[in-house]
Design a protein around this ligand. Structure first.
Ligand SMILES: Cc1cc2nc3c(=O)[nH]c(=O)nc-3n(C[C@H](O)[C@H](O)[C@H](O)COP(=O)(O)OP(=O)(O)OC[C@H]3O[C@@H](n4cnc5c(N)ncnc54)[C@H](O)[C@@H]3O)c2cc1C
Length: 405
């Protein structure tokens, strides 16, 4: 006999299927190689960002963004299974909203956990609807892997902090209205202890965003110079000087998000092998099977982590494993795409060339963004294997006394 829950799930599934059919482009229709994440020019990057914002709004209006977010914060107040069903149904549709998807995945759990009622009411609704664009202002020229060494300063002036410093590698910062910003509020404390997490208005004087253009023309990142910009104390996430807690939450969600958002490149590579008649080559078939297997494993790991995040539970798999797995997948996929296409893989002479080039280029940043491979290996060594901690010559020393390069 069918239970009430199964009936509900089936009904929800059919409604989602119908809505997707009527409202969203299937990936196949636009061609399997149309799913670029990084556009090869600034103009296309900007257009892509606007398209993603529109799509985020459309998903929100239809009740498919913020599915499990409580209704008082603008979400649907739904259950975890709804999110799962929607993901299953939407897998072959173009529902990925680029950096909106990324920043929501990173920020939302941290906002829900550390935000005040006012912050949740102010920011969650506009975050999940895409009305307000956010960026992550963590890394600095001297603080990437060693993020806690950051030097951007925030000094209290009445009810506002006045901020000076430089951030770098900030994805989509040129479009952002708001940023999650880390700044040092107590230079006398040890480096992890004097950092505050700000919900920072990017649209004010004292904020200069300079786009960074990559070798293949994409303009994914910017550097951000902050000179006397302000942030009210009510926009601190968590407690003053204790920003490391929400920061860790964001970073852990970032690793999980990168795993979940990696796309089904196995399908596209198989399609490509068929199209150019290489699907009978034994060595290509071996490689395709390896990529397929790794993508399936990644999906299973990501599902498990996402389910835990939705329920506010610790993930059953360390997010660093997923991040490392994605990076290795991308290297294998990029190499295989180039092997299949040969010279056409690095010149736009085939309909799949742009896509293959993106795979090739993204082999490198995927091993850096969201924490480098070495940093994730260190995390696993310490947190999963119980190995002695990485050497810390600055442990317990006030940040202001730590030698800086
Ligand atoms: C695609 C992408 C998107 C990004 N988006 C953002 C963003 O939106 N916002 C943001 O703030 N930042 C962003 N970043 C920046 C990213 O977080 C940093 O690049 C990353 O943390 C590495 O820092 P770094 O570049 O300063 O390298 P470094 O920290 O200087 O590392 C240099 C090398 O030293 C190694 N290394 C460093 N420390 C150790 C150690 N303890 N043990 C072993 N090896 C070590 C590293 O693994 C690396 O190989 C992004 C980066 C990329 C590539």
């Amino acid at each position: 006999m069918t239970s009430e829950k199964e009936c509900l799930e089936q009904q929800y599934r059919l409604e989602a299927r119908k809505w997707l059919e009527e409202n969203i482009d299937p990936i196949q229709e636009k061609g399997p190689f149309s799913t670029l994440h990084w556009m090869p020019s600034e103009e296309r990057e900007t257009q892509h960002h606007l398209d993603c914002q529109r799509l985020q709004g459309k998903l929100f209006e239809a009740g498919y963004a913020g599915i499990t977010v409580p209704t008082e914060y603008g979400g649907q107040g739904g259950e975890g299974w709804m999110q799962r069903v929607f993901r299953e149904e939407s897998i072959s549709y173009q529902v990925h909203t680029g950096f909106y998807n990324s920043i929501i995945s990173m920020m939302l759990p941290a906002l829900l956990k550390y935000g005040t009622e006012e912050q949740k009411k102010d920011h969650i609704h506009t975050l999940i609807s895409g009305k307000v664009s956010w960026c992550q202002l963590f890394s600095e020229p001297g603080a990437g892997s060693d993020l806690a060494g950051l030097g951007t300063r925030a000094e209290l002036d009445g009810n506002e902090y006045v901020i000076h410093g430089q951030k770098v590698w900030n994805s989509a910062a040129m479009y952002a209205d708001m940023g999650i910003l880390l700044a040092r509020t107590d230079p006398d404390a040890a480096k992890h202890q004097g950092i505050t997490f700000f919900l920072f208005n990017m649209r004010q004087s004292g904020v200069e965003v300079r786009p960074l253009v990559q070798a293949h023309g994409a303009g994914h990142f910017a550097e951000v110079f902050i000179d006397g910009a302000r942030c009210h104390v009510s926009n601190i996430l968590g407690e003053i000087d204790k920003g490391w807690g929400p920061t860790r939450a964001v970073m852990s969600n970032e690793s999980a998000m990168i795993g979940a958002a990696s796309g089904d490149n196995a399908k596209q590579l198989t399609e490509l092998a068929k199209k150019i008649g290489k699907n009978t080559f034994p060595s290509i078939r071996q490689k395709l099977a390896i990529v397929y297997t790794r993508n399936r494993l990644l999906q299973i790991m990501s599902e498990s982590i996402q389910a835990a995040v939705r329920q506010g539970k610790p993930p059953s798999i360390h997010p660093s494993i997923v991040k490392l797995f994605v990076a290795e997948n991308r290297r294998k996929e990029g190499n295989l795409a180039q092997l299949l296409l040969g010279p056409a893989g690095v010149a736009v002479t085939h309909e799949a060339s742009e896509w293959a080039m993106e795979l090739l280029h993204s082999r490198y940043p995927i091993s850096i963004g969201g924490g480098t491979d070495e940093v994730h290996h260190n995390n696993l060594g310490e947190q999963a294997l119980g190995l002695p901690r990485d050497i810390r010559v600055d442990k317990g020393i006030p940040w202001k006394d730590v030698p800086k390069g």
